[in-house]
Design a binder for this molecule. Sequence first.
Ligand code: FES
Ligand code: FES
Length: 151
Amino acid sequence: MAVTFTVNGRPVTSAAPEGTPLLWVLREELKLTGTKYGCGAGQCGACMVHIEGGRTFSCLTPVSSVQGKSVTTIEGLSPGRLNALQRAWLAESVPQCGYCQSGQLMSAAALLAANPRPTRAQIRDHMSTNVCRCGTYPRIMRAIERAAREG
Ligand code: FES
Ligand code: FES
């Protein structure tokens, strides 16, 4: 059965078979390739998106479960301009290979939306869902702190 939902404010319909992960619909049907496939098992955070404002592993989310809901991907995080978090990311030169970075940003954005002044421990705890094989963790920490300060 077709599933209708919004992605980055745009209404979309997918006829993907039931159980198809949202990640595949985003990447393959909608060509929103900023959301990455890492492990497919909820272990790395590369696939992180927001559903109704809350961060979610899109690799573990059947597309049928987002019927009528609002999904935001990295492409829709701050359309047309860089937000404070993205500016901080650039200022701290966070990315290395870049593969994990959209997931990192989506997790960090969810944190600051819920807690605009997180402590270092809260940042570490929240961001523990996201793996970076390049080890950019210190720069991620600094960028989130900068965004909280300057945002
Ligand atoms: S691809 Fe979803 S958590 Fe790794
Ligand atoms: S920047 Fe390479 S995996 Fe994180």
